[in-house]
Ligand binder design. Sequence first.
Ligand code: SLL
Length: 155
Amino acid sequence: TKRVRNTKLTRHFLIGNTAHILPHPSFPSSPPDGHTKGWTVYVRPLPNGPDITTWLKKVQFKLHHTYADASRTIEAPGPFEVTETGYGEFGVEIRLYFAPEAGEKAVYREHYLVLAPWGESKDQMERTNEVKAERLETVEFNEPTVEFFKQMTSE
Ligand code: SLL
């Protein structure tokens, strides 16, 4: 496959989670026994940022083994997220699968779920019953295939 030499495509996105103490309006009123939190883990574009589904085609989230069907796969157009209830924090294993034209293997990220208020907005998180923990992520396509490069630069 022909590649564009000395060229790198960089794309930004967010990986994170939100969480709420139950009960919360976005969750069913009778969660499984012992489940005290509701949460969503996600891979998202930046606020007002460009569409990520031009390059991101599938996301696999691997949850803690205490979940039935711990492996959750979301295909484009997404949204690339998993919503669950539970009691504890754990590292979610995330695999990002790219458009076939990219000719790139899946890449791996981990997001450690945060369920308790933290940091500078701790008080606000407590007041609003919404915890959020997210970070900016980057993928780089080095010497992209000609086809993928054309597609990405003609958006
Ligand atoms: C902890 N190390 O003990 C962690 C484990 C387990 C998370 C967290 C419920 C799963 C289910 C759930 O929240 N598991 O009941 O389906 O804090």
